[in-house]
Ligand binder design. Structure first.
Ligand SMILES: [Zn+2]
Length: 316
């Protein structure tokens, strides 16, 4: 300790600290967060963009909805997470296949949250124009995925056609057995998505969106949610949409109920099925609510799983 302190003192002396002219303090600039990440997947270019984030109380009762609050808080703390505060991110993926520009989900409606709805401007910053988007894939009908399809009554992606699962479209359109908490969501779907039906292609099962992009049914979180295999030149990625909405809670405790899930048991079963699939194949994943830049892997850990963020895998 003394030695170190002495070292510091002599360094200060060498540097003439305290003797030079006073410098103006650098101004505080506020937080700067990465919001665009582009990488290569075979011949495709994949761009993840941070439409925004929301911060609030949690993880309980959103995660571990069927567990005592104290148990979830203790688990969060043991994992090094704040026990009663959390953040959730919204991350859109744009794939340039070389032939088509395919956008996955449209982010939040502008104005829904001050910290979200940034996707259209990020698309421009990333080097594209919203008019260039050929296809918008709607993974499911929740507000953070469909709200940004329109702005001020106008289509944000005016030249796009739309792809959505038939089961998801029909569920919201029919409007039967809509939970109280989803009634506003249903209204929004009727206003925003149903009019796009004429420009839409409906997926029934493992349908192809374009060459290299194929749907995988992952029902549970919503009645017809789809994940998407994206593959080029033997490199593969699964865009799992909202299969897991928290990189610790929903992955390490897949059986814990998630308040946002339409069918909580089906949500849990889907999580485990998808985690088994991607961990066995070491398939890379992008997830709408995974920490930015939202690319990673799932590792099996005993009877549980773990999110492993990608490092340089796609930069090589
Ligand atoms: Zn979502």
């Amino acid at each position: 300790m003394l030695k170190l302190a002495g070292g510091a003192a002599s360094l200060a002396a060498l540097g003439g600290l305290g003797a030079g002219p006073a410098r103006a303090a650098a101004p505080m600039l506020g937080v700067s967060r990465p919001s665009i990440y582009r990488f290569k997947l075979g011949n495709f270019e994949v761009t993840n963009m941070l439409d925004g984030y929301v911060q609030g109380n949690g993880p309980h009762p959103t995660f571990g909805n069927n567990q005592p609050a104290e148990a979830v808080q203790a688990y969060a703390k043991a994992q090094g997470l704040p026990p009663t505060k959390m953040e959730n991110v919204y991350v859109n993926t744009l794939v340039n296949t070389g032939k088509e520009l395919v956008l996955f989900d449209a982010g939040n409606a502008k104005g829904r949250l001050p910290t979200a709805g940034k996707l259209p401007e990020l698309i421009v910053t990333a080097g594209y124009k919203p008019e260039q988007v050929d296809i918008v894939v709607i993974t499911h009908g929740h507000p953070d995925h469909i709200g940004g399809l329109v702005d001020g009554g106008k289509l944000v992606y005016p030249n796009a056609r739309y792809v959505i699962s038939e089961a998801e479209f029909d569920y919201w359109k029919k409007g039967e057995n809509i939970a109280e908490a989803r009634k506003a969501n249903r209204e929004q779907f009727m206003q925003v998505v149903v009019p796009l039906g004429e420009k839409a292609t409906f997926l029934k099962g493992e349908g192809e969106v374009v060459a290299g992009i194929r749907a995988v049914p992952v029902f549970g979180h919503s009645p017809g949610m789809m994940a998407f295999h994206i593959e080029s030149e033997g490199q593969r990625l699964l865009n799992w949409a909202d299969v897991a909405n928290h990189y610790v809670m929903a992955i390490q405790q897949p059986d814990w109920h998630v308040a946002f899930d339409h069918d909580k048991e089906a949500g849990a079963a889907t999580r485990k099925r998808v985690f088994d699939m991607v961990s066995a194949d070491q398939t890379a994943v992008v997830g709408y609510h995974m920490p930015f830049p939202s690319v990673g892997f799932v590792e099996k850990a005993g009877t549980s799983y773990r999110w492993v963020p990608a490092s340089y895998h796609f930069n090589l």
